[in-house]
Ligand binder design. Sequence first.
Ligand SMILES: [Zn+2]
Ligand SMILES: [Zn+2]
Length: 357
Amino acid sequence: MARTMLAVVTHGPRDYRLEQVPVPDPAAGELVIEVGTVGICASDVACWLGGEHFWGVDGSGGVVEPPVIAGHEFSGRVAALGAGAARKWGVREGDRVVAEQIVPCNNCRFCALGHYWMCQRHWIFGFSQQTPGGMARYARVPEQALLHTVPESLTEGEAASIEPLACAWHAVERGDIHEGDSVVVGGAGFLGLCILQLAKLRRPGQLIALDTKPARLELARRLGADVTINVVTEEAVAIVEELTGGYGCDIYFEATGHPAGVVQGMQMIRKLGTFVEVSLFSEPTMLDWTVIGDTKELTIHGSHLGPGGYAPAVAVLAHGDVDVRSLLAPAHVLSDFDTAMREAVRGDVLKTLILPE
Ligand SMILES: [Zn+2]
Ligand SMILES: [Zn+2]
């Protein structure tokens, strides 16, 4: 291995720099992944733009700890193993793997109950100092990380999609879809289109996709939506009511990241319906909460990360049950990070990929 590598290092909002950094060396119990491909997540975009969730207010309370190598949607091959790591994870050099983006403490009360994805004292790849991310040739995987193997049959782009697809899997689990349900997916971005395809596997009665962009709605139709609605040009709430005999949808997945997507969802969901929230927002949502209790007695589920979703995500990709290839833009090289990030920010492609150098 070389001693240094090119990496995208997060310093501040809109201040991500290409730097030569030392190649990580695995300590006992750790391993190093040679990154195959890394995707840019909506959260990377929000962080780059300076989102409050990441940078806090007046520089405190945010989740990102600069300077840190960015990127958590990566997969690759085991390049080096610290003492004991091979046995612990059951992997060898050259094996294809993906690490879950959260590295839990295994000590807090959430971890003790098995709710590791909500760990109180966790690290996240690409955001925490302890876990530099995958926008570099190599990434170090700490001892408490959760590792999954990746079949050789998956393409690089598919392997980099395992993490967001696992998040979509968890969201769909939270939705608790029953056969015959009317399901609406608000937002046909990468995550929304993954949710849509995974929801389809649960045999809903009708699957409806909402977005503002015709090209995304076209793709949603191709990937299994029975009905698509452009929320700019059509009366989405009225259409969903009509399609459901006046009741409204059984389940609404909110994957728009926009306050209007929440309000609209609350309007088109039926009484006693289930609302699943998966978005990150850059502004607060104003809503009369009466709808949640007095009017509809809704079940509201949050959904965070992809616990339990990695193995199923790998399986649906390997079986061809979910198509992510149609969602992936041609990859950029790492030294073109600025171009790649601008592409992701513009949002006219669904997933921007980067190849390390
Ligand atoms: Zn992500
Ligand atoms: Zn914990």
